[in-house]
Unconditional design. Structure first.
Length: 210
């Protein structure tokens, strides 16, 4: 994806809502690594997934500043709920401010804490799960959420091409790339799900539970 192609795409899709545009700017101003945020294109795709799937219960692992959660909430019905989990408690105030400012924020329940611990406590059946947290724990997240996904439900795993590092020589101290490779290899042979990888940004894997 060249910068020119991305700019062309962004000019020909739905724009961000004013609240999302502000959150996008704030994230770039306040975070050291704002690229971790889903952003305009992926955000519109997440919203469209929710429009198509019509999920009643969604789980997100890795809230960051709340951009992706708000995009999914925008595409959900008003009687649906999105549980989102963020480990960094220093982001809680910023997240809550973003949810309060949005007309869709009431559809979201924020959990601050360890993702695996929160998932274990949630007594829910999910129609859609979006995994975008610590890459080193992707396989653990997947095994934790899969039993809680309904048959025919979906799991989205972000960053599964990891800036192209998955096809480059693995550095001995690169634990994140090693974990992504382990996750991808496991998923490729897991008969419990159908799967496809979209070369969107850092790679987005779509899985459907059989």
């Amino acid at each position: 994806m060249t910068e020119e192609l991305e700019e062309y795409i962004l000019k020909h899709i739905d724009s961000e809502t004013p609240d999302l545009a502000k959150l996008n700017r704030d994230t770039h101003l306040r975070l050291v690594n704002p690229r971790m945020m889903s952003g305009h294109l992926q955000g519109r795709i997440l919203k469209m997934f929710c429009r198509m799937i019509r999920p009643k219960c969604v789980l997100e692992l890795g809230t960051l500043t709340g951009y992706s959660a708000l995009c999914m909430a925008e595409g959900m019905d008003d009687d649906s709920v999105l549980h989102t989990v963020e480990h960094d408690d220093e982001l809680e105030e910023m997240i809550c401010q973003a949810f309060t400012a949005s007309r869709y924020g009431h559809r979201i329940k924020l959990h601050i804490g360890d993702a695996l611990e929160v998932v274990a406590r949630l007594n829910e059946t999910f129609d859609l799960v979006f995994i975008d947290a610590d890459k080193r724990q992707y396989l653990e997240y997947y095994e934790a959420v899969l039993p809680k996904v309904r048959k025919g439900g979906f799991i989205l795993a972000d960053n599964t091409l990891w800036a192209g590092k998955v096809v480059q020589p693995l550095q001995h101290n690169d634990k994140q790339t090693a974990a992504i490779l382990k996750f991808n290899d496991f998923i490729a042979n897991d008969t419990r799900v159908e799967k496809v990888i979209l070369p969107l940004r850092d790679g987005l894997t779509i899985l459907m539970k059989r």
